[in-house]
Design a protein. Structure first.
Lengths: 121, 121
DNA sequence: AGCATCCGTTTCACTTGCGAAACGGATAAT
DNA sequence: ATTATCCGTTTCGCAAGTGAAACGGATGCT
């Protein structure tokens, strides 16, 4: 279960995770691309381009390009909707699941290290 | 105090926060810029360009440009080191403190909403 | 059938970020 | 007093993201 995370602690957790991500220079994803990825994996589908664009309040081309990038990294896949062939359904991949799983572990690791070594300002 | 945050919960918290940030399109900061900002505010100083570059494993010009952006948003300020005038010390600003404070609140808000409404996948 | 509407993508011109290398100014070493 | 070294910044050429608008293809309407 979650906790009543205080703002300062939350920020510190944020820092540890983001800094670690920058260091690894792992798939160097944009904030938008990451948001899109998380939407697809942690939110009930089906996910269409327009739906994602509306929810994130960005233009459709932005979603298209983000999908290009994520698809090329095999983190996500496109599938034409059989019901309405104008629509595109965004689907998950094994590689994407693994990636996010590891990312989640990275966050919890950051949280764990924060417990033993309290922040310094 | 912190919690043993489980990976899935951590990811969901991450999603809520990032998505909210994208929606607001608030100061639209790069991941690197955000990492830099958090470093300056949550880590004991003094902070120099080379130090930050080394810690984040990025090139010095990248730090310089990030400081340009953050400075222009008044989230951070430069000051020549009086001891060694080759160095530049990165300092905090009132506006930056407020910004991060609000960001922390946004994270905790996301965590709170997660408690009442468990994720759906 | 014909026309209007809704999709996602592509084009366009623009902005922004990137690393490597070169640069000027400040300090250290001889 | 030179010379060498270290600092942050500025070029340079390049890669990638942005929204608006136009586009082709699929569906809905009459």
């Amino acid at each position: 279960m979650s906790v009543q995370l205080e703002p300062v602690e939350a920020l510190d957790l944020w820092r540890r995770t983001i800094v670690e991500g920058v260091r690894r220079e792992s798939p160097d994803l944009t904030t938008r691309q990451m948001a899109l990825l998380l939407m697809v994996y942690l939110t009930p589908g089906p996910h269409t381009v327009r739906g994602l664009a509306a929810h994130l309040k960005v233009s459709k081309p932005a979603i298209t390009r983000a999908l290009d990038k994520l698809g090329q990294l095999d983190l996500v896949r496109r599938k034409v909707d059989p019901q309405d062939r104008r629509s595109v359904l965004v689907q998950r991949t094994v590689h994407g699941s693994v990636f996010l799983r590891e990312y989640g572990d990275m966050i919890t690791a950051a949280a764990a290290s924060a417990e033993v070594a309290p922040r310094a300002a």
